[in-house]
Write a protein that binds this ligand. Structure first.
Ligand SMILES: Nc1ncnc2c1ncn2[C@@H]1O[C@H](COP(=O)(O)OP(=O)(O)O)[C@@H](O)[C@H]1O
Ligand SMILES: [Mg+2]
Length: 242
């Protein structure tokens, strides 16, 4: 039932001094799935995302994305990944369109392709109508959507988002979750973290529960419910947190 292994996480450990932030992670992420990493604050979600996106290096073990090592081939890994960080990174004095234009230039896009990409990513996050307004006039949710648009400019196969719906109004939240579904329909892979259990349950093909740097459980919502004999993912999460 699972497709091709796109990402292989092997013996992954990350220490910050004495603190073991990631404790021997071993699992795979498949092409075309929506994969959710769910866990309480301090569980290790952002640390995992930073390693996946080559921002920080594992202490030991490795992650292979399309066979490329995040340790040894970070440049190859980056080409397949669009990353939406937890913090907003935009030029607020510029319009949404001009932010995209700037980043498209950084990615080496030009001419018609650049124009087409900007149009496409604006439509994915439903910001076409506000593209000419300055970002300082945007709501938090609109800024987050623009950050997602930036991450999609180089047409990555994999979109990685750290807590994309935190502090976002309900309309933006809906647009973000719709964008995730749309990307999946295009065959792309989406990995995101959250501590909102309900959106994970309805959206994700598979969920990994992380707590204190350990993956406690992993599977589809039905697999997890059956395995632990519990009705909700929340109940399963609580079992591990206690
Ligand atoms: N740069 C860092 N230096 C020291 N400790 C860190 C650093 N980054 C994260 N940590 C610690 O690692 C653990 C996991 O953090 P993090 O991955 O940010 O968790 P989450 O994103 O799930 O809230 C926490 O205990 C956090 O304090
Ligand atoms: Mg975090």
């Amino acid at each position: 039932m699972h497709g091709e292994k796109l990402i292989e996480i092997r013996g992954l450990k990350k220490n910050f001094g004495k603190l073991l932030a990631l404790d021997n992670l071993n699992f795979d992420i498949y092409r075309g799935e929506i994969f959710g990493l769910l866990g309480p604050n301090g569980a290790g979600k952002s640390t995992f995302i930073s390693i996946l996106t080559t921002i920080c290096k594992p202490t030991s073990g490795d992650v292979f994305i399309k066979g490329f090592s995040v340790k040894r081939q970070p440049d190859k890994v980056k080409r397949s990944i669009g990353f939406v960080p937890q913090d907003i990174a935009l030029y607020t004095m510029l319009s949404g369109h001009d932010n995209l234009n700037f980043w498209a230039g950084i990615y080496g896009l030009s001419g018609r392709l650049k124009k087409e990409r900007i149009k496409k990513v604006l439509s994915i996050v439903r910001l076409e109508d506000r593209a000419k307004d300055r970002v300082e006039e945007y709501s938090g949710g609109m800024k987050r959507r623009l950050n997602i648009a930036v991450a999609l400019l180089h047409h990555p196969e994999i979109l990685v988002m750290d807590e994309p719906t935190v502090g976002v109004d309900i309309q933006s939240r809906k647009y973000i979750l719709d964008a995730v579904k749309g990307l999946k329909e295009e065959g792309r892979t989406v990995i995101f973290t959250s501590h909102y259990i309900d959106e994970m349950e309805s959206l994700c093909d598979r969920i990994a529960l992380i707590n204190k740097g350990k993956i406690e459980a992993i599977g589809t919502v039905d697999e997890l419910r059956n395995k632990y004999g519990m009705k909700t993912i929340e109940d399963i999460m609580l079992k591990f947190i206690e």
